[in-house]
Design a protein around this ligand. Structure first.
Ligand code: ZN
Length: 195
């Protein structure tokens, strides 16, 4: 097993990832797009029952290195969660949900760039900041994190919430995400609306 942290991948703009995520939501998570009825993603259901049907990948749970929360293996088409991440997912904790959605981002975006096993989400390290030659928009981890936030908080639902005076706290509650994830999402959505 080789790990592929912070792989330099085909550059993607935020708007490109938004578009890709939108088509994914329409196909696999249509319940999240109902106007005026924002809903959190059912990541546990996807992981346990529908991953093969929706993404063509098998789900597995394994003992991974203690600092690794998940991995995507393109050689075997497996999405693997650590035991700890799987427990977080079972408890509906934002961190476990974010990890699953991050790996889904690799599956949807990085097959051609990552032909091997990719360890993800190494705790406490800003991996993509350590490599000066990789810019955020061409970094596998930045892209997967962006995908994760976008998948969990659909663009139009966030726009509606913000236009009605909602804020990060509302996103956190409605979509069951961390405050940090909600804050980043507000920043990204606002930058796209103004840009
Ligand atoms: Zn990753």
């Amino acid at each position: 097993m080789s790990s592929g942290l912070s792989v330099k991948v085909t550059p993607k703009k935020k708007i490109e990832i938004e578009r890709l995520v939108y088509f994914r939501q329409k196909k696999s998570f249509a319940y999240m797009l109902e106007k005026g009825r924002p809903a959190s993603i059912n990541a546990l259901d996807l992981f346990e029952f529908n991953l093969k049907r929706e993404y063509g990948f098998e789900a597995d749970v394994r003992d991974l290195p203690s600092d690794c929360e998940g991995l995507t293996d393109f050689s075997t088409n497996e999405l693997v969660l650590s035991v700890a991440s799987h427990a977080q997912l079972g408890n509906n904790e934002p961190r476990g949900i974010f990890t699953v959605c991050h790996e889904l981002g690799h599956i949807d975006m990085h097959k051609s760039d990552m032909s091997h096993c990719h360890l993800s989400r190494v705790k406490g390290r800003q991996l993509y900041r350590r490599r000066g030659d990789i810019k955020a928009f061409e970094c596998s981890e930045w892209q997967a994190d962006y995908y994760s936030g976008s998948l969990q908080m659909p663009y139009m639902q966030v726009v509606d919430i913000l236009e009605q005076g909602g804020d990060e706290g509302d996103l956190q509650r409605i979509f069951n995400v961390s405050f940090t994830a909600a804050r980043k999402r507000v920043g990204y959505v606002n930058s796209l609306r103004k840009g």
